[in-house]
Design a protein around this ligand. Structure first.
Ligand SMILES: Cc1ncc(COP(=O)(O)O)c(C=O)c1O
Length: 395
């Protein structure tokens, strides 16, 4: 088998990239996958090499063949200049903001961001002299009116956590760049397979690899890809913080990478089928899924995205907390838990009213977030059907 040249790699379509990038059989003694390199110490053959600072690997915190394999593949599928790896998705948000911001700077953060990211802004960033203003995620080019002379970063998450607002990222990026601010995106829902962040104006794109890259709910990992302008600064920041992910987690993520497209496409198909079924249920007021034609975010989703993942939300018709608990507590296939993107279906009740500050979230009924896994869709419907019967009985 001929070794892939850089030109040949660049020609590959996304599916082939997932299979062939980030591995080198020659360097792995002929084995297909790169093993999990474990280690702190890296030995140097002589004083000259040690002093030259040119050896490829120098210390465990600065990268291994395993971390490089995943970074290389992720960079290629993201259309980025480089990727850094950290131990969780939240850590990826943290390092991207630490890269973009200095004391005295101002950050614009979408009101729909993953809530723990808000806590980091309100506690640590504030302590370090960075002020955060939350903005309506649907502002689009209107973001310009909120920008100050010291606004150095605009954070987007599209679709937003739980409420799934789709943002006009190109319009936001144009305004941010015109005023010298960096655009950071949490791209976890779409992954680079369904939304090309850097082609749409994002400077640094965060992925919680914990979700679809892992695909099996058995690891935590964060990735930040960056364009050529931001990658050197990102790489330096992460290197200085010395927070590498564990080698087994990176190894498992590389394994997940090989099947990510298949799993995502299946999650998309299953989620759409379940979303359409839920839309027809009398207990459901509204289904929030950007790929459904009547969703408020559909037009922008259709323009910018190439697929939808397995995560969506629903608003139920008004029901008591006890009735919703009776519905959820008795489910046999849908687990209840905060992470998502694995092979198994999940549902959680959520309520954004408690922490949104720039927008008012008033759905008009209890809200549920679904993650659709790989079970037979008819089994999932039957599980929910019995759940709706419990909801009605407890009303
Ligand atoms: C949109 C989004 N971003 C980031 C994260 C954080 O990922 P992790 O759990 O790996 O810290 C999550 C986790 O649920 C998430 O939903």
């Amino acid at each position: 088998m001929k070794k892939l040249t850089d030109e040949a790699k660049a020609r590959l379509r996304p599916r082939s990239r997932l299979v062939h990038l980030g591995r080198d059989a020659e360097a792995s003694q002929g084995f297909v996958s790169v093993p999990p390199f474990r280690g702190s110490t890296v030995l140097f053959p002589d004083v000259a090499t040690l002093k030259s600072r040119k050896q490829r690997y120098v210390y465990g915190t600065h990268g291994t063949p395993t971390t490089e394999a995943l970074s290389e593949a992720w960079t290629a599928i993201s259309g980025a200049a480089g990727t850094t790896l950290v131990p969780s998705g939240l850590a990826a948000i943290v390092v991207s903001l630490m890269t973009a911001l200095n004391a005295g700077d101002h950050l614009l953060m979408c009101d729909s961001a993953y809530q723990p990211a808000r806590i980091f802004c309100e506690a640590t960033l504030k302590r370090m002299g960075v002020e955060t203003t939350y903005y309506d995620p649907l502002l689009g080019a209107g973001i310009g009116a909120l920008m100050r002379a010291n606004t150095k970063a605009v954070f987007v998450e599209s679709p937003g956590s739980q409420s799934l607002e789709v943002q006009d990222i190109p319009a936001i990026a144009a305004e941010a760049h015109a005023r010298g601010a960096c655009v950071v995106a949490d791209n976890t829902w779409a992954t680079p397979l369904f939304f090309s962040p850097h082609a749409h104006g994002v400077d640094m794109a965060v992925e919680a690899g914990t979700k679809y890259l892992s695909g099996h709910s058995d690891l935590l990992l964060g990735l930040v890809s960056a364009n050529a302008q931001w990658f050197p600064r990102l790489a330096k920041t992460v290197d200085q913080m010395a927070i590498p992910p564990g080698p087994e987690d990176v190894f498992l993520a590389l394994r997940g990478l090989r099947t990510m497209e298949l799993r995502l496409r299946e999650a998309e198909r299953q989620a759409l089928a379940l979303a359409r079924w839920l839309k027809g249920r009398p207990e459901v007021e509204r289904v929030i899924h950007p790929a459904l034609p009547d969703d408020p975010g559909h037009a922008i989703w259709k323009r910018d995205f190439t697929g939808s993942s397995g995560l969506f939300s629903v608003v139920l018709r008004p029901a008591s907390e006890a009735a919703v608990a009776a519905m959820l507590d008795g489910l046999e296939l849908f687990g209840m838990g905060y992470s998502w993107g694995g092979f198994e279906s999940l549902v959680i009740p959520f309520d954004c009213t408690a922490y949104r500050t720039a927008t008012r979230w008033a759905p008009g009924g209890p809200t549920l977030r679904f993650t659709v896994g790989l079970e037979d869709i008819e089994d999932l419907k039957e599980d929910l059907d019995r759940g709706f019967a419990r909801l009605a009985a407890a009303a």
